[in-house]
Design a protein. Structure first.
Length: 330
């Protein structure tokens, strides 16, 4: 990923002093235009991050006077490492929040990448009529507020009155055998995945745009070599759109670690059914705002940040083996 290693650098103090007046004015103008972002980053991002890092080393509630909070060192991190509500992996009991998140991610991540990729490939077909209409229809659910979408699907997947179960019963399936969806430990993750598929429009659109940007002469060369449609997709389309797939993969991984809103709205954040929806980020939220535990909630947040950072760095490391950038020289 050579293009990421040759970014422009800020001028040193010596080079800044030697700048021509015109270059110096341009530098001042650029800094003036980005100053709102710098101010927002310092006040609303960096300062809270530093503050929450300090909170992990003290013992405090949201209602406590922070100036008198006792310093406890790494005690919060030690407590987190022993917290069965996070790390419990016993198959005979309710899994911990971390393993619930991982289990759901293993189901949702492949679907969240392959489904928009497949739809984009179908949309890119020259034999498809009404491409613009289908593209708009697939993208429209993405712009609907997530809370509204969750409430909508909560009604659609309602075990008693939902459209899906009514259709299944109309097809002859007994009422006792229809899925319980969000109220059933065996069906709650598929229900969440279905709700997630509702919002794949953005991923589909970016993949479709990347497919349409693949040079046609590459397909012509593959056709001359006798490549089939599948071979052309695997050897031409996939390498050329792999940066966009990688981009969506990163976004999906980060989003799954932060999965929170759907179980909060549908299951009221209780972890039901059977504790199988107490995701890591939901447990963090309840610890922070439900139990008012400022220190332990901050510790959960920083561990989550470190886990996401580690997984992201691992993905960037593996990208060199399967992500192709057309501008690279190596």
């Amino acid at each position: 990923m050579e293009q990421l290693t040759h970014l422009p650098k800020l001028p040193s103090l010596a080079s800044f002093r030697n700048m021509p007046p015109m270059a110096r004015r341009e530098f001042y103008t650029g800094m003036l235009f980005i100053s709102p972002w710098l101010f927002g980053f310092l006040i609303f991002t960096l300062t809270p991050m530093v503050a929450t890092l300090w909170f992990t080393f003290i013992e405090a509630k949201l209602t406590d006077n922070l100036s008198t909070a006792p310093f406890v060192g790494l005690q919060n991190y030690e407590l987190l490492m022993r917290d069965n509500r996070v790390w419990n992996a016993d198959p005979n009991s309710t899994p911990g929040a971390f393993w619930i998140t991982i289990r759901f991610a293993l189901i949702a991540l492949p679907i969240g990448i392959l489904v928009p990729l497949g739809i984009a490939a179908l949309m890119n077909s020259k034999h498809l009529k009404g491409q613009n209409a289908f593209r708009s229809l697939f993208y429209m659910p993405y712009i609907i507020p997530m809370v509204a979408s969750v409430f909508l699907w909560n009604g659609v997947l309602n075990p008693e009155t939902g459209w899906v179960n009514r259709i299944l019963m109309a097809m002859g399936i007994p009422k006792a055998n229809v899925p319980g969806w969000a109220n059933d430990t065996h069906w709650v993750y598929p229900a969440y995945v279905i709700i997630g598929i509702w919002g794949i429009g953005n991923a589909m659109l970016t993949m479709l745009a990347s497919m349409q940007a693949v040079p046609t002469d590459l397909y012509d060369a593959a056709k001359v070599d006798g490549a089939t449609g599948v071979q052309s997709f695997w050897n031409v389309t996939f390498p050329m759109i792999s940066p966009v797939i990688f981009y969506n993969l990163i976004l999906s991984v980060v989003g799954l670690f932060q999965f929170f809103l759907v179980p909060l709205v549908i299951n009221q954040g209780t972890g039901d059914p059977g504790g199988f929806t107490m995701f890591y980020n939901l447990y963090l939220y309840k610890t922070f705002f439900g139990n008012n535990n400022l220190s332990y909630g901050s510790t959960l947040a920083w561990v989550l940040f470190l886990m996401v950072l580690a997984v992201t760095m691992l993905l960037f490391y593996t990208a060199r083996y399967w992500v192709y950038y057309a501008g690279e020289r190596n």
